[in-house]
Design a protein around this ligand. Sequence first.
Ligand code: ZN
Length: 151
Amino acid sequence: MSDMQHDLRELYQEMIFDHNRHPRNFHKMEHASHQAEGYNPLCGDQLTVYLHVAEGRVTDASFVGEGCAISTASASLMTEAIKGQPLEQVESLFADFHAMLTEAHPEHRDFGKLEVLSGVREFPARVKCATLAWHTMDNALHGVHDTAKTE
Ligand code: ZN
């Protein structure tokens, strides 16, 4: 590994730790238009995602729950990434984020801060931690009332 890759990896880990210690948008939403619960039995991560959708856009996003650093950081980064975005953008970001962790890094996509989670693909057992909030958000958007499971 080059020094630059090493530095980058440390920076990514720092950002994940920071979002775990100080999760953004970590609160219950009183007037959510959409919400869903998610559970990852492999790790014990559980969370509730709240969305407010108006005029085809996610105008607000938040979450509460308990889980490992990866699941909490991913939920925190997700709420930041989708706030203000049109629904079709949110859907395509979810698809590309999922592909980044499970298939190949989509070349056309600039993931911004979400890039810090790209290293998770080297740890297949943690991929479910990183995608839990996203599956839960997707269920919330589609009005699925069952608890999102990562199985
Ligand atoms: Zn986890």
